[in-house]
Design a protein around this ligand. Sequence first.
Ligand SMILES: Cc1cc2nc3c(=O)[nH]c(=O)nc-3n(C[C@H](O)[C@H](O)[C@H](O)COP(=O)(O)O)c2cc1C
Ligand code: SF4
Length: 379
Amino acid sequence: MGGLRLRNRIVKPATFEGMCPGGMVSDALVEHHRRVAAGGAALTTVAYASISPDGRSYPTQILMRPEVVPGLARLADAVHREGAAAALQIGHCGYFANPRVIGGRPLGASRLFNTYGLTFARPATEGDLARVVSDFATSTWLAREAGMDAVELHFGHGYLVSQFLSPFTNRRRDRWGGSLANRARLAVEVLRAARRAAGPDFPILLKVNIRDGFPGGLELDESIAAARMLEGEGATALVLSCGFVSRTPLYMLRGDVPVRQMAAVQEAWHARLGLTLFGKLLVQRYPYEEGFLLEEARRMRAAVRLPLVLLGGIKSLATIERALGAGFELVGMGRALLHDPDLPMRMERGEAAGSGCVPCNECIAEMDRGGVRCTRPST
Ligand SMILES: Cc1cc2nc3c(=O)[nH]c(=O)nc-3n(C[C@H](O)[C@H](O)[C@H](O)COP(=O)(O)O)c2cc1C
Ligand code: SF4
């Protein structure tokens, strides 16, 4: 992938770890990724590092600055010793940033109310956007300095760049809003700046939504057109995903809604009460099936030449083979590897044909309870 040789086609996508108090890499984070590498995956992705203090929604996210380089270097070394490669996902939460964590009003494309953080966004100025572009570039450079093998720019899930791409959150009338070319301008500028900072050979993956998952959001036709723009700007590969944290949080996962566990980790009493009483109504459930993005992603496959990482309910050899057969170069296995990090090795040895992940989605509440983990015994 780009200049990077991977030992197989299995990627562990970012699953926010919640293991970095003070925004610094912890021993727990290093061990988490070493464990994934030891289990046989080719590439493990460190989740959700924030490019700037105002981009955070959790106090336990990595905050990119020179002080994190030694910790990231330690993590990269531990992963390399197990024969795998490590990518760092970097992003800015935009108006999903937590006002209590960032100490101010979150930045967004337009002045919309955010039901996730219960705040109005502050519409980004030209100066804010220049700073965001430059912070993405600096963070990319820091990741490379630390010896990470790749960065993944987070352009999906309704975070800042996705808030610009989505017609639902981008109501601007300036050069950053309106047409798709304008809404994609931030993505393009961020990618160009990251590419300049990283040099020509460093792998830069983009996590993108193929659909936001609600009426008025980004749809497949536009996500394909945006992907074609980004293909010409130095992207190495796309990681295909879907969903918008404030509107369709479970769309990117599908499966059960763990209402009780989600309510228990809310900071505010009203959020706890609301979720406990009305969780089943507030958080929509989407049926899970193996390879749930495969059919829609085929159209993206046909439209771009970049290597594509397909994810979404990939948890068995049969589904991996279906994805590779459909022309996707790599597969992402998120929950399957949270449940059992040794699965790639066990599949290679012929000891397992798939993962026992249910999917109950209880792992998403664990991010707030000291560190992401599977709540079910490994099978
Ligand atoms: C606990 C948990 C945390 C996640 N955190 C992130 C994240 O920080 N960044 C991201 O891009 N996706 C995140 N995701 C989404 C996954 O990367 C992936 O897109 C999703 O789990 C679907 O893949 P799967 O069916 O293989 O689990 C998270 C998923 C889970 C279950
Ligand atoms: S808690 Fe475990 S079994 Fe449940 S969805 Fe997460 S990884 Fe799968």
